[in-house]
Write a new protein. Structure first.
Ligand code: ZN
Ligand code: ZN
Ligand code: ZN
Length: 391
């Protein structure tokens, strides 16, 4: 459970840019300090990848002045080695077992308030444990607390060239795993056995974590978040294969739909399945083609949904069209009705329409795309056709 670096570190130059931008936004927002615990925001800002623990590790970014990283003494070595600390962009302050870390953080965060003992405005990272937040609130009485995403979302959503490169590498690695799985064997194996192979292959391809491996065969393909069961795959049915994890800290997430014939041409997809899959294929293509700067996120969902609805399957497309991806598997922007957020160059998200006929079968196609100046940069390179394989 020690803090291990995951993938290539964030460069000191990126840390400097991100910390400066975060501090400027904190100041502009009238927030006294950002209080960032262990998690994706800390990774993003400092390159420090640590395990969340009951012992407090916290980056404090005051509206002005020097940034501090508080860490328990036993974590001093990895904390001082993180790119931001190694480049002296912040001061590392270690605390001892008998100290109250929340009180120490509070004293530093409140210092710029001058004579006023309390009444500040603070923003905490969204995934900070409640136990830490409650202790900080007790140490900073009569203060206003909000979420750090209020200031960090703009930064985190727009991926820089380093982040796009990491997302692309993760996507290509996941592509290779899909190809290997599609090559078989599949028929006769349990879904969970295939899922185990998916996870092993993702790790072999350089992922530090294989977060999920959905192997939905036959009727299980109609359940979007099925996972994998002990059901054995049969010839003459589809498999929704949705896999991903993190590589270099950044997420992969791809879905391809297979149809296994067992080598018997008579066991190919039936007429309805071909029609249904064609709609999903068309929806994925049209939604991807609609991506460009300035288009509201909900418009991408609308484009995909209209095709499936006009094809008669609207009620069977039961989830949003996509989610942002980066240091987190699901993050902003979400491609969902009601989200008017305008896409910007550098936004990264999935485009993943699907149709699910409960008890029968389903299909989904998912790619990760980057919004570029002239449209979508699709990171996954595999064919989006139905993969009819012997299995
Ligand atoms: Zn999902
Ligand atoms: Zn997925
Ligand atoms: Zn996804």
């Amino acid at each position: 459970m020690s803090a291990t670096a995951s993938g290539p570190p964030v460069t000191p130059g990126r840390c400097a840019d991100r910390l400066a931008a975060a501090q400027a936004l904190t100041d502009q927002a009238g927030i006294n300090a950002l209080l960032v615990g262990v998690g994706p925001d800390l990774h993003y800002l400092t390159g420090y990848v640590a395990t969340p623990l009951e012992r407090l590790t916290m980056l404090v970014i005051p509206a002005t002045g020097r940034v501090r990283l508080f860490a328990p003494r036993l974590e001093a070595t990895p904390a001082r080695a993180c790119p931001a600390a190694a480049a002296a962009l912040l001061d590392v302050v270690t605390w001892d077992e008998q100290d109250d870390a929340h009180v120490l953080v509070a004293a530093f965060a409140r210092a710029p308030l001058g004579g006023r003992p309390d009444g500040g405005t603070f923003a905490v990272s969204d995934t900070l444990w409640a136990s830490h937040l409650l202790a900080l609130q007790a140490a900073l009485p009569q203060s206003v607390f909000g979420l750090a995403s209020r200031v960090l979302r703009e930064l985190r959503m727009v991926k820089d060239a380093d982040e796009i490169d990491l997302l692309r590498q993760a996507a290509r690695a996941a592509d290779r795993v899909v190809e290997a799985i599609a090559a078989g064997p599949l028929v006769g194996r349990a879904e969970e056995d295939v899922a185990r192979e998916v996870r092993e292959r993702l790790l072999d391809e350089g992922h530090e974590a294989a977060a999920f491996a959905i192997v939905g065969s036959g009727p299980n393909s109609a359940s979007p978040h099925h996972g994998a069961s002990d059901r054995r795959i049969r010839a003459g049915e589809p498999i929704v294969l949705d896999i991903g994890g993190t590589r270099g800290g950044y997420g992969s997430d791809i879905t391809r739909t297979l149809w296994v014939t067992g080598g018997d041409p008579a066991l190919g997809p039936d007429e309805e399945y071909r029609r249904l899959f064609g709609l999903v294929r068309e929806a994925n293509a049209a939604a991807t083609a609609a991506v460009r700067p300035g288009v509201p996120a909900e418009e991408i969902d609308r484009v995909a949904r209209r095709i499936i609805t006009e094809g008669g399957y609207g009620e069977f497309f039961t989830h949003r069209t996509g989610h942002g991806i980066g240091l987190e598997a699901h993050e902003e922007p979400y491609l969902v009705a009601g989200n008017r957020e305008a896409l910007q160059v550098g936004h990264a998200f999935s485009v993943e329409p699907g149709i699910y006929l409960d008890g029968r079968y389903g299909a989904r196609i998912e790619d990760i795309v980057i919004c570029g100046q002239d449209g979508a940069d699709v990171l996954n390179r595999l064919s989006r056709d139905l993969w009819v394989v012997a299995g």
